[in-house]
Design a protein around this ligand. Structure first.
Ligand code: CP
Ligand code: NVA
Length: 303
């Protein structure tokens, strides 16, 4: 039994295999084929935070593969870890379903679920990481840049959960990343060190977005205010001024630079509408690939 909690803990070969399987299933389903490997299987999906892409793409992926997804809001079950301990939830759910996916605030909630569950547990975003997003991102880079190997990502903005998983994906899959953040919002040193231990000089931090994009193949950004940080909104918006992905910043990058965003995008803040809608933007292919990657992940873990 395998969980999918963090990219840094997955062997490189497993990640590569997931990418190959994503491509295979993407072409199968694009040509009206089907693979009902999850017939009779069920996935419990626990969400402490809102979601469009993750929730719908996991639900569609389960249904495509012949299985069923059950969406669980914390209020339906009296809160995660509130009405009963997380470890009890994990053991009870394991008696009913084939897999558990969870989007939580604390990362320790998903690791505790995994510790006690006897079925695979999938991290669907925590305050710490977003591994399903990073893998769909690599799939998108592979499709738009021929190969992910050797590509350089300039991540502009908050050194957050999305940045962290992407850094580990770069370390595992032969890419490089520079993270340009305002002082105080950098990716933590421990994560950078870990990524660089996995792959020497893979991740670098700077406070200069203009310099970060100079030789970038991809410019990537995410919200300045992640779910759960709403109280810091005003301060963050002031602190991140100068870190917007706009036409001027894109002009400093090579002409064919691709623009990525995990979405939802806050136009006029971390990115302009013009850049979201520009021909260089690949963010809707990126969003679509969430479905293709997760079909592969579910097939691999649950069938
Ligand atoms: N990118 C992403 O995870 O989107 P949702 O929050 O809508 O799931
Ligand atoms: N960093 C964002 C990602 C949303 C998909 C958040 O955690 O809210």
């Amino acid at each position: 039994m395998k969980h999918f909690l963090s990219i840094e803990d997955c062997p490189k070969d497993f990640l590569k295999e997931l990418l190959r399987l994503s491509t295979r299933l993407k072409s199968l389903y694009s040509y009206n084929g089907e693979d009902l490997c999850l017939k009779g299987k069920t996935l419990a999906m626990l969400f402490e935070k809102p979601s469009l892409r993750t929730r719908i793409s996991f639900q569609v992926a389960m249904s495509n593969l012949g299985g069923t997804a059950i969406y669980v809001k914390p209020e339906d079950i009296g809160g995660i870890g509130k009405r009963e301990p997380v470890k009890d939830m994990a053991r009870v759910l394991s008696r009913y379903v084939t897999g558990i996916m969870a989007r939580t605030f604390e990362h320790s909630t998903v690791t505790e679920l995994a510790e006690y569950a006897t079925v695979p547990v999938i991290n669907a975003l925590t305050d710490w990481s977003h591994p399903c997003q990073a893998m769909a991102d690599v799939l998108t880079i592979r499709e738009h840049c021929e190969d992910e190997e050797g590509k350089k990502i300039a991540f502009i903005g908050d050194g957050n959960n999305v940045a962290r998983s992407l850094a580990f994906a770069c370390a595992k899959l032969g890419m490089k990343m520079v993270v340009a953040s305002p002082a105080g919002y950098e990716l933590d040193d421990e994560s950078i060190e870990k990524a660089n231990q996995l792959s020497a000089d893979c991740v670098r931090q700077t406070n200069d977005p203009g310099n970060a994009v100079l030789d970038a193949d991809i410019i990537y950004t995410d919200t300045w205010v992640s779910m759960g940080q709403e109280d810091e909104k005003q301060k963050r918006q002031a602190d991140f001024a100068g870190f917007q992905v706009n036409a001027e910043l894109v002009k400093s990058a090579p002409d064919n630079v691709k623009i990525m965003h995990c979405l939802p995008a806050y136009r006029g803040l971390e990115i302009t509408d013009e850049v979201v809608e520009s021909p260089n933007s690949i963010m809707f292919d990126q969003a679509e690939n969430r479905l293709h990657f997760q079909r592969a992940l579910l097939k691999k873990l649950l069938s």
